[in-house]
Design a protein around this ligand. Structure first.
Ligand code: MF3
Ligand code: CO
Ligand code: CO
Length: 441
């Protein structure tokens, strides 16, 4: 079934871009931007209540290796519970289909990234020449397009499964492979982490609720390179007239959500975003990777928030995860210093309050806060340049204006590409964003 959406040109109602959803799990209609009038456009044809012969719905278990009928037992910490995920009976491992024309990542069939496991032993990072950086940029731009597409579709009532279909189809339509799919048996094409989920949430059938915060983590593999980014957004009330992309004003979102919890959520998003911005601000040759953690932690403590230590930023490029390791907490002992051509991510995971520790749900993937409090994250893939940073996953002029974002990374014009992003400008824009955000809190 064909799905249409305006994901490339931000002007009018219906888009040029069209792509296909595989017939076994299609969305019931199409997604229109900027105004998608209701959630019915994003309903799945098969849901746990309406199983079909092709699609079953089961809980994920055993790190993605197994599926169960019954919800596993666990001492749940927050209010969130796992929900069922789709399982396509006739397809390999029940996974969504990837077109034959797409060049797959190594783990597509084996579930193991052997090349990257070998590379991870090394304590050196590739120094990519400009030509290779341009290839990596292509993967990053596809990832950016996919996350923008998904973020536009976020509103109460939409399920992470439906968002995952969008992400999967967007990426496949660009002839790219969604890197998470079957990576160590991860069952879906992106990670969607709601409320107390820190990271690696499996897109499931729980409809998003007003007042939720939701992180979308997308990675696209194209031309031999992986581009990785994520954003957390607040799920605001949209009524029937539009999506939260059109309502960046904090006064207008999420009526009906308790004011103090809304404030707390906004504070957390702001903190997490500023953590990424400040971490990125020191990227230049000779900065030690371990110093990023000092910057990030300083921001987090200013907000009385805490930095997750279990999961880190990482080298990226030909491999999804490789050297260097980029911890976000202070006092870390990460090896190595930045050099021009190093490609890596910064992706601080920030918890409300003082508890930084995480634990895993029985599915073996979902990492949640130990005390059930909210967690948020933002991630960019970037390259160290001779005098600063080139943010490959940066937002563009078509990126949705979604709270708490503005057009802060908008570069739009092509000269910018030639120059590469200059560090001063990126940092100034990020600061402006944070200031603007401050006045709305
Ligand atoms: N995108 C995540 C990161 O930022 C990794 C997801 S791995 C998956 O590193 F298997 F969970 F998808
Ligand atoms: Co990521
Ligand atoms: Co990453």
């Amino acid at each position: 079934m064909a799905v249409c959406g305006l994901f490339e040109d931000g002007e009018s109602g219906f888009g040029k871009a069209s792509f296909t959803v595989d017939s076994n799990l299609s969305l019931s209609s199409f997604v229109a931007y900027p105004l998608a009038p209701s959630t019915t456009f994003l309903e799945l044809q098969s849901t746990p209540e309406k199983e079909t012969d092709e699609v079953k719905w089961l809980y994920c278990d055993d790190k993605g290796n197994a599926r169960t009928e019954d919800m596993p037992y666990f001492k749940w910490k927050g209010k969130l519970r796992p929900h069922k995920i789709s399982h396509q009976e006739k397809l390999y491992r029940g996974m969504r289909k990837v077109p034959d024309t797409v060049v797959k990542a190594e783990w597509w069939e084996t579930s193991r990234p052997l090349a990257e496991e070998r590379a991870r032993q090394q304590r050196v990072a590739d120094e990519l020449p400009q030509k290779e950086i341009e290839k990596l940029r292509k993967a990053c731009v596809i990832g950016r397009g996919a996350i923008d597409c998904v973020v536009r579709a976020i509103r109460p009532g939409v399920t992470p499964e439906a968002l995952d279909v969008l992400c999967h189809d967007y990426i496949c339509d660009k002839n790219a492979y969604p890197s998470p799919l079957n990576y160590y048996c991860f069952p879906k094409s992106c990670c969607i982490s709601v409320n107390e989920v820190i990271c690696h949430g499996i897109p499931d059938c729980r409809p998003l609720e007003e007042g939720d915060i939701v992180n979308i983590d997308v990675t696209a593999f194209f031309g031999g390179y992986h581009g990785d980014l994520n954003e957390t957004v607040f799920v605001g009330s949209s009524g029937d007239e539009g999506d939260n992309a059109e309502k960046p004003d904090s006064e207008e979102v999420a009526d009906g959500v308790d004011d103090s919890s809304k404030k707390e959520a906004f504070k957390l998003l702001k903190c997490a975003y500023e953590c990424l911005a400040d971490g990125m601000s020191i990227v230049k040759p000779d900065t030690r990777y371990r110093d990023i953690g000092e910057k990030v932690s300083a921001v987090a403590s200013k907000y009385n928030c805490s930095v997750v230590k279990t999961y880190c930023g990482h080298g990226i490029g030909k491999h999804f995860h490789c050297f260097p390791n980029v911890p976000h907490y202070k006092g870390n002992k990460a090896a190595g210093a930045m050099k021009p051509g190093h490609a890596f991510t910064i992706e601080p995971m920030i918890n409300l309050g003082k508890e930084w520790r995480d634990e895993l749900w029985p599915d073996g993937w979902t990492a949640v806060t130990k005390d059930g409090s909210l967690s948020a994250q933002y991630e960019h893939t970037m390259v160290c340049t001779t005098d600063g940073v080139d943010v490959l996953t940066k937002r563009n002029k078509n990126s949705p204006r979604v709270f708490p974002f503005t057009e802060y990374e908008d570069t739009g014009d092509d000269d910018d590409k030639e120059e590469g992003a200059d560090k001063e400008k990126v940092v100034a824009e990020l600061e402006e964003l944070v200031n603007e955000f401050n006045t709305k809190l």
